[in-house]
Design a protein around this ligand. Structure first.
Ligand SMILES: [Zn+2]
Ligand SMILES: [Zn+2]
Length: 75
């Protein structure tokens, strides 16, 4: 039987689309990659309060603002 790599992929992250072999792997990924943004501010009260000083975009977190600045305003 030929080995098919993606046969074993069992779960995909709903937030970033990454694929994982098991629910446990997905769980660990979500804890590491997505939980910080959630615990920082509950979804209902999330309002973008950080404004970029270069353009008019607003962001939920300092990390997101810094990421934006790096990506969109890098020289
Ligand atoms: Zn993800
Ligand atoms: Zn900007």
């Amino acid at each position: 039987m030929p080995y098919v790599e993606y046969d074993e992929v069992g779960a995909s992250c709903a937030e970033c689309g990454r694929l994982f072999r098991s629910a446990e792997d997905l769980d660990a990924h979500r804890r590491e990659s997505h939980v910080a943004a959630r615990t920082a501010a509950p979804a209902k009260s999330r309002v973008p309060t950080l404004a970029c000083s270069i353009c008019t975009r607003k962001f939920y977190s300092v990390a997101a603002l810094q990421d934006h600045t790096r990506k969109d305003h890098s020289t």
